[in-house]
Design a protein around this ligand. Structure first.
Ligand SMILES: NC(=O)c1ccc[n+]([C@@H]2O[C@H](COP(=O)([O-])OP(=O)(O)OC[C@H]3O[C@@H](n4cnc5c(N)ncnc54)[C@H](OP(=O)(O)O)[C@@H]3O)[C@@H](O)[C@H]2O)c1
Length: 328
């Protein structure tokens, strides 16, 4: 039997239950994956608690990513026994996601894991870590090197932020971390390599269109006024990578940093990223991410604990990454 977390919609409400399913309930696809690990992400917590309309097809297995081993395949490029990872592509929203022991999916959406990464490590990295790597690649593409000057990461104690801080610090950057929890998460962030913490309250009020030019690069997971204020602090020709909206969808900025300092604002869409870029990201994660730092930012729970953990996630009571062992 397959064990799955299943979201079902009735006229009255969305229900979430840990259910047993048979193979004939699985969605269509040319590859069957025995899932070993998934994760709990912000989007999953929204779906499980029915806080916002993430799910677009019912019933739905939530979970925006998974890693496991192929148990059946009619895709020529994927063999039985291959270890694979999937992030995004609307799983957990439109296609069944990772919070189950088995799924069926189009092989073209899967990435083979580098030998150096276990399925558990792939999910400790998860969509948040893979997105962080895409952000670092974007900074590199725009010529930001450790010699360019300091870089800053927002939402630093969250999933994307934690992995970004660790990756950048490991690559030799001078990393500053913006956080709303400097008292409780300060040691954690310094342990990941942040040289200085910035209390996010200092960036939440509207600032000048141009401020003192400090940052060679920015990875921003929060949007809103914080992103606007950081845009005004970027060095000439610097680069800002926007990937999230944990604070706000708004961006109350001006054109001044763009036309007077020639800065670049790059967006990241991890959900629909190309396979080639995904493979590059995983290859770099396999070589560049400090495994002991990854372990320090990871908490593991079983499939049966996910429903209770989702509201805690939305209340901001969680730091780093939550891996889900779907077999327990
Ligand atoms: N573009 C993409 O492809 C992509 C992929 C993955 C995630 N995302 C987005 O990226 C964002 C971060 O994802 P995540 O998985 O890292 O989430 P997360 O683990 O919940 O972390 C978000 C962090 O943002 C900070 N934060 C929360 N509320 C805030 C507020 N009101 N103002 C300022 N900062 C706030 C907190 O950091 P501190 O505790 O340090 O303050 C929190 O830990 C989310 O918006 C997510 O949807 C986008």
């Amino acid at each position: 039997m397959i064990r799955a977390l299943l979201l079902e919609k009735t006229d009255e409400a969305v229900t979430c239950s840990l259910t047993e399913l048979t193979d004939d309930r699985l969605p269509d696809g040319d590859v069957t994956v025995d899932i070993e690990y998934s994760t709990l992400n912000y989007k999953d917590a929204l779906a499980i608690t029915d806080t916002s309309p993430v799910v677009r097809s019912w019933p739905m297995v939530p979970g925006v990513d998974f890693a496991g081993t192929v148990s059946a395949s009619s895709d020529d490029s994927i063999a039985v026994g291959d270890r694979v990872v999937l992030n995004g592509w609307d799983v957990g929203e439109q296609r069944w996601g990772g919070l189950t022991t088995r799924t069926r999916i189009d092989g073209s959406l899967l990435v083979k894991l580098p030998d150096a990464l276990s399925t558990r490590e792939a999910m400790a990295i998860g969509t948040a870590g893979y997105t962080a790597m895409l952000c670092v690649l974007a900074l590199e593409d725009h010529g930001v090197t450790p010699e360019s000057g300091p870089v800053v990461v927002t939402g630093a104690a969250g999933g994307v932020g934690s992995v970004s801080v660790s990756l950048l610090s490991g690559l030799g950057y001078d990393v500053h971390a913006v956080t709303g929890r400097p008292d409780t998460q300060g040691d954690y962030l310094r342990g990941l390599g942040a040289v200085e913490l910035i209390d996010r309250s200092t960036l939440e009020e509207p600032g000048r269109p141009l401020a003192r030019a400090v940052w060679a690069g920015v990875i921003d997971a929060v949007g809103g006024q914080i992103l606007a204020n950081l845009l005004a602090q970027v060095q000439p020709r610097g680069c800002v990578v926007a990937c999230g909206l944990a604070a706000s969808m708004d961006l109350p900025t001006t054109v001044a940093p763009f036309i007077l300092r020639g800065i670049t604002l790059v967006g990241i869409d991890s959900v629909h990223e190309t396979t080639a870029r995904r493979e590059l990201a995983y290859a770099r994660l396999a070589t560049d991410l400090d495994r002991s730092a990854l372990a320090s930012m990871t908490t593991e729970i079983g499939l049966g604990e996910v429903e209770a953990a989702a509201p805690r996630f939305l209340r901001g009571e969680v730091a780093g990454r939550i891996v889900v062992d779907v077999t327990r």
